[in-house]
Design a binder for this molecule. Structure first.
Ligand code: NAD
Length: 376
C-alpha cells in the first residue's frame, strides 16, 4: 500500500527542534524538508542531523513563503510562538506548536481563536501524554481501573533547567514562569486524567537553590525552582503537584498517582540518568477489593519506537499520532483548548504564589470560561 509522505518544516532548531528532526527521520511517511532559525549555530547542528538537501531559512516567514511543506513544527522559544504562528495562519499547512502554547493568557487566547479558523490541524506538543507509562496510566484510568477519579498527585523531582540559546529560559517574561514552561505538561495530564477543567489553584513556591549566582546583562534569573500546587476541579475532585528542580539524585523523575473510589493507579518514570543505568518505568495498579491486590508492571522501552530521545520516545509517538490524524482527516488529540487550559492553570499557579492567595480560573478566563468550558 502506498503511504502518503508528509513534508515537515521545523521552525526553531535548538534542542527541541533537533528532537523533532531526529524523531521525524524515524517516522515512516515523514520527511523533514525545511528548517528555520535565526541562530546560525542551531541551524548548522540541525542541518547535520537532517537528511541531505533540506532547505534552510533565517526565519519562519521565509520557510512558509517558500512552500512545499505540509506540516510546520514550531519549536522556537515560548514567547515567540504567537508571532511565529502569524506566518502560518491561513496557509494550507498543519501545525504542531510546542508547549507551552503561549506565555500569557492574551497570547494563548489569540492563538486558540486564530487556530479555530485555520484550515488544517493545530496540535499542541504536550507530549508527556505519549510517554508509554503515562499512556498506560491514562488507559487504565479511562478503562475504569480506579472507578470515579477523586485525587491526582504528580511529583516531579529533577535536574535544573538546561542552558538554552540566548538563555531565554532564565526569565519568566520569556517562559511564562516555571509553572507554565515546565508544568503545563502536568496540568494537561491532570485535566486529561480527571476529564475536567480546573476551577481554582493555590500554590506556594520559590527560587531557593538554582541559578542564584548567574547574571545575564546584569540581571539575575527569576524562575522558580520548587513549588507545591493544589488544583480544585468540579465535584470535589482535586490534584496536587510537587515540583523540585534540584533533585538530580532521584530514583524516579516523575511519579503520577490517580486514586478513585475503587482503586489506585501509579506511573513511576525514571529520569534519563536512571534510564541509562537500565531502569524501566513502572505501572502499579491497586484495588480496594478483596485482599487489596497490587500488580506492578515494568514498562520498558517500546521496540517499535524509532527514536527514544529525551522523553521515553514520546516525541516520536506524538508524531505518529499527529500523522495518523492528518492522514485520516481527524481532529487533533491534543488541541489548542488543551493547550490553553494547561497554560491558564500554570499562570494561575504563578499568580497564586506572587499574590499569596487562591486564584479562580474564571478570574483569568473571564466570561469565556463557564462551567469548565472555554468558548472561542
Ligand atoms: N515537548 C517537550 O517536552 C519540550 C522539551 C523541551 C523544550 N520544549 C519547547 O520547545 C521550544 C524550544 O525549546 P528548546 O529547548 O529547543 O530551546 P533552545 O533555546 O534550545 O532552541 C530554541 C531555538 O529557537 C530559535 N529561535 C529563537 N527565536 C526564533 C524565532 N522567532 N523563529 C525561529 N527560531 C527562533 C533559537 O535561535 C534557538 O535555536 C520551547 O517552546 C520549549 O518549551 C518542549
Amino acid at each position: 500500500m502506498n503511504r502518503p509522505v508528509l513534508r515537515y518544516g521545523i521552525v526553531g532548531t535548538g534542542m527541541m527542534g533537533l528532537e523533532h528532526v531526529r524523531s521525524l527521520s524515524a517516522v515512516p511517511g515523514a520527511e523533514v524538508v525545511a528548517l528555520a532559525d535565526p541562530d546560525g549555530g542551531s541551524l548548522a547542528r540541525a542541518l547535520e542531523a537532517a537528511p541531505p538537501g533540506v532547505a534552510a531559512f533565517a526565519d519562519a516567514g521565509e520557510l512558509v513563503e517558500a512552500g512545499g511543506v505540509d506540516v510546520v513544527v514550531v519549536a522556537s522559544p515560548n514567547h515567540t510562538h504567537r508571532e511565529v504562528l502569524e506566518h502560518v495562519w491561513g496557509r494550507p499547512v498543519h501545525v504542531l506548536v510546542e508547549k507551552p502554547m503561549a506565555t500569557t493568557l492574551d497570547d494563548a487566547c489569540a492563538v486558540a481563536r486564530r487556530a479555530s479558523r485555520h484550515g488544517g490541524i493545530v496540535w499542541v506538543g504536550l507530549e508527556y501524554r505519549y510517554m508509554p507509562a503515562v499512556a498506560a496510566l491514562l488507559d487504565e484510568v479511562r478503562g475504569g481501573a480506579v472507578g470515579r477519579v477523586r485525587m491526582v498527585a504528580v511529583r516531579e523531582h529533577r535536574f535544573p533547567f538546561l542552558v538554552k540559546v540566548g538563555n531565554w529560559n532564565r526569565f519568566n517574561r520569556y517562559t511564562g514562569g516555571t509553572l507554565v514552561e515546565k508544568c503545563c505538561h502536568f496540568f494537561d495530564l491532570m485535566n486529561a486524567l480527571t476529564a475536567a477543567r480546573p476551577l481554582r489553584v493555590f500554590a506556594s513556591g520559590g527560587q531557593d537553590v538554582n541559578h542564584l549566582g548567574e547574571s545575564y546583562d546584569g540581571e539575575r534569573p527569576d524562575v522558580l525552582d520548587n513549588a507545591f500546587v493544589v488544583v480544585e476541579y468540579p465535584d470535589g475532585v482535586r490534584a496536587s503537584l510537587d515540583l523540585c528542580m534540584f533533585a538530580e539524585g532521584s530514583r524516579f523523575e516523575q511519579q503520577l498517582s490517580v486514586v478513585g473510589d475503587r482503586g489506585k493507579v501509579e506511573a513511576l518514570l525514571p529520569g534519563f540518568m536512571e534510564v541509562a543505568r537500565g531502569r524501566c518505568s513502572e505501572l502499579v495498579v491497586g484495588s480496594r477489593g478483596e485482599g487489596w491486590p497490587v500488580e506492578t508492571r515494568e514498562v520498558g522501552p517500546d521496540p517499535t519506537v524509532g527514536y527514544e530521545g529525551f522523553h521515553h520516545g514520546s516525541t516520536y509517538l506524538e508524531h505518529l499520532a499527529l500523522r495518523r490524524a492528518i492522514v485520516a482527516g481527524e481532529r487533533p488529540t491534543v488541541s489548542v483548548d488543551d493547550g490553553l487550559w494547561s497554560v491558564a492553570a500554570g499562570l494561575a499557579a504563578q499568580q497564586s504564589i506572587a499574590e499569596g492567595r487562591c486564584v479562580e480560573l474564571s478570574e483569568l478566563l473571564g466570561a469565556q470560561c463557564s462551567g469548565g468550558a472555554w468558548r472561542v
